[in-house]
Ligand binder design. Structure first.
Ligand SMILES: *[C@@H]1O[C@H](CO)[C@@H](O)[C@H](O)[C@H]1NC(C)=O
Ligand SMILES: *[C@@H]1O[C@H](CO)[C@@H](O)[C@H](O)[C@H]1NC(C)=O
Ligand SMILES: *[C@@H]1O[C@H](CO)[C@@H](O)[C@H](O)[C@H]1NC(C)=O
Ligand SMILES: *[C@@H]1O[C@H](CO)[C@@H](O)[C@H](O)[C@H]1NC(C)=O
Length: 356
């Protein structure tokens, strides 16, 4: 009797410590190491807008996560002492505070308890890890953040998705500079853990799988491919939304599917992170590519691309900008908007370099 009860209690405990049976939408992913999975990432995830040269996405991060984005990349800037997510400069595109952004991520993750989400913070102004940590604490996402056992892990050293979910540490954050394992272990150094392929590609035959940035071992570290196409406007690279269907496609010249297959051939394993612009172009093809890499079936749906004035007006007049509110759809239609954007660019930034 006592033994029977003990067994019941034990099996209950056993069940409760290993609860997750569906991880990131799939039963087959729970037992897989975090470092052995391919995730789709939104490049400049906060830079949302239509007909805005500084926007890389049509939809806000809530919709991105709902549609299947599992890595959110962002650029952090010091805006009068507060961390904001801006594109190149806050005068050019201001996507709001990191605090509000993290609260939005937390809300979505609260409603989706079996999902592991990754943040990639480009630390544009080299702010201290402790400054980021105070925002993580204020947003209440520090306690759901994963702290690795050591500052850098090989791809194979990461826990399984199931164990991250069971432990309640489902948020994995990489910081591009100033990470300090001693001070803030959950703000993980990006480049000793993840290497990246080149970015700012303007020719869709030029996507490459070579290491461009990163200090880790190319054959054992996780890796990220920058698969978004830019076009030159007044000598500056801006997102090429007109080609996004081709760039994001599952197959064909210049497609994400093609590059992923080439990388897998070179390194004998798939990339971990596929960073894209306007992820919903292709009607879910980017998620299809990741599912194929993961050996699972994609059954999701995505939002519909928002029409641009160039595609709806037959490509005559490239339009406008929404000035920089990341929450706005900003579909205005004045040539003056574009002129303003370039005035801001040129006056504020002088010979400013890149929209990375
Ligand atoms: C995000 O976008 C969705 C539509 O895709 C909208 O319903 C929602 O209100 C937006 N959320 C915020 C915080 O703007
Ligand atoms: C952030 O900007 C403010 C002024 O805008 C400046 O006083 C402060 O030193 C900056 N902080 C860092 C860490 O650069
Ligand atoms: C992208 O593909 C969709 C669906 O096939 C189509 O409706 C849309 O016009 C295409 N957009 C561009 C810019 O080619
Ligand atoms: C995961 O492991 C399988 C089996 O070794 C491999 O084929 C695949 O490329 C790996 N994926 C990633 C993203 O490491």
């Amino acid at each position: 009797m006592l033994l029977g009860l003990t067994l019941v209690v034990l099996s209950f405990l056993r069940f409760s410590v290993n609860a997750a049976t569906v991880c990131n939408g799939n039963t087959q992913l729970c037992d897989r190491s975090y470092g052995n999975i391919t995730y789709v990432g939104a490049h400049d995830s906060y830079a949302v807008g239509v007909n805005n040269l500084a926007a890389n996405q049509d939809y806000n991060i809530t919709q991105q996560l709902t549609d299947g984005i599992r890595l959110l990349q962002m650029q952090a800037h010091n805006n009068s002492g507060t961390i904001y997510l801006c594109h190149t400069a806050c005068e050019l595109y201001n996507g709001g505070t990191l605090l509000d952004y993290l609260k939005t991520v937390k809300t979505w993750m609260g409603a989706n308890p079996n999902e592991v989400v990754t943040l990639l913070i480009v630390n544009s102004d080299n702010l201290a890890a402790t400054q980021f940590a105070s925002v993580f604490v204020a947003a209440g996402v520090d306690s759901m953040s994963y702290s690795p056992q050591s500052a850098s892990l090989p791809a194979s050293g990461w826990p399984t998705l199931g164990s991250l979910i069971d432990a309640g540490t489902r948020l994995v954050t990489f910081l591009s500079t100033t990470a300090s394992f001693e001070a803030v272990p959950y703000l993980i150094d990006e480049f000793s853990n993840v290497w990246e392929s080149p970015y700012n590609t303007v020719d869709n035959t030029a996507f490459q799988c070579q290491k461009d940035r990163g200090t880790g071992d190319i054959s054992t570290s996780m890796f990220l491919i920058n698969h978004y196409l830019d076009t030159e406007v007044l000598g500056n690279p801006v997102p090429n939304v007109a080609e996004a269907n081709v760039t994001n496609a599952a197959s064909g010249p210049g497609s994400l599917g093609e590059e992923v297959a080439i990388c897998a051939g070179l390194y004998n394993r798939y990339p971990n992170f596929l960073l894209v612009d306007f992820y919903e172009y292709g009607g879910g093809s980017v998620f299809q590519v990741a599912a194929t890499a993961n050996g699972v079936t994609y059954t999701g749906t995505v939002a519909t691309p928002k029409p641009t004035s160039t595609s709806s007006s037959g490509g005559s007049n490239p339009s406008s900008t929404n000035g920089g509110n990341g929450n706005s759809d900003g579909r205005t239609n004045s040539g003056f908007g574009m002129a303003t954007l370039f005035t801001v660019c040129c006056v504020t930034l002088g010979a400013f370099s890149v929209f990375i």
